[in-house]
Ligand binder design. Structure first.
Ligand code: UDP
Length: 258
């Protein structure tokens, strides 16, 4: 495959994509069990996580170099906890710890199907995983391992979207793939507006100006400044990740003016 558009990619997985169907709802993990949680489904559903891992393994088998940044929103979100009285920085550190749990869950699911991985955390946790060391991550990728980055940027008041943009830039990734449970970026919320239109491509500046729900503004700006395209796609749809990488499949690409 010499005509590949991308060789090294960073996959951003929202914590939500690891949840069981019944557990998705309000988007606020602190609300689970109060309508958002339905049957009080699992924050990390092993079957769902295994399916996501299979999509990743299929792409890895095609020879792509893969970095992954996992979110923690299925377990804990600093901002919503702060709204309920938590001190913000403490809540954010709890959120970062949640991303480490998700990283281990993704590592476990990948290794169960024979994909070699390493987890590197922005908050050193020697007994659990490696600390983030860029050159070491580079070596893992060269050896064909999938590197899973946990704990975002390692500081409160950020999100794992910013962590994904930062790692994508540091690791010189050709693109940031945002795997979500929707199939792209719309000009309005498709759940509320029946006529909402999905973009095939949209510029960073349009996303920022119209406040389109892709990633937070600092992550978009970091990708724009480093010219890293963002590909938003549905990772829950079987075969879609590989299809989108091959230039088929349904997605929205966020990039600069062409
Ligand atoms: N977080 C943080 N700094 C970071 C990354 C994450 O403080 O660099 C905290 C923040 O509280 C956030 C939580 O970890 O709400 C979980 O991450 P995020 O909301 O980005 O997860 P996602 O929505 O992608 O599942």
């Amino acid at each position: 495959m010499s005509d590949r558009r991308f060789n090294r990619i960073l996959l951003k997985l929202s914590g939500e994509v690891l949840m069981g169907g019944a557990a998705q709802g309000s988007g606020d993990p602190q609300d689970r069990g109060k309508g958002g949680g339905g049957e009080g489904g699992l924050a990390i559903d092993p079957a769902v996580t295994a399916r996501v891992a299979q999509e990743i393994a299929d792409v890895r088998a095609q020879g792509y170099q893969l970095c992954i940044v996992v979110g923690g929103g299925n377990i804990f979100r600093g901002l919503s906890a702060a709204a309920k009285g938590f001190e913000r920085a403490t809540a954010d550190y709890m959120g970062m710890l949640a991303t480490v749990m998700n990283a281990l869950a993704v590592q476990n699911a990948l290794e169960q199907i024979g994909v070699e991985t390493r987890v590197q955390s922005a908050i050193p946790m020697a007994a659990v995983c490696e600390p983030f060391i860029r050159r070491r991550a580079e070596r893992h990728l060269e050896k064909g391992r999938v590197v899973i980055f946990a704990a975002g940027v390692g500081s409160p008041f950020f999100t794992t979207d910013s962590g994904a943009a930062l790692r994508a830039a540091e690791m010189k990734c050709d693109a940031l793939f945002k795997g979500t449970s929707v199939d792209g970026v719309y000009d309005a919320d498709p759940k509320q507006v029946a006529t909402a239109k999905r973009y095939d491509t949209v510029t960073y500046d349009r996303v920022l100006a119209d406040n389109l729900k892709v990633m937070d503004a600092s992550a978009i700006a970091l990708c724009r400044d480093n010219n890293i395209p963002i590909v938003v796609f549905n990772i829950r749809e079987h075969g879609n990740f590989a299809a989108v990488l091959a230039g088929d499949g349904v997605s929205t690409i966020v990039k600069g003016e062409s």
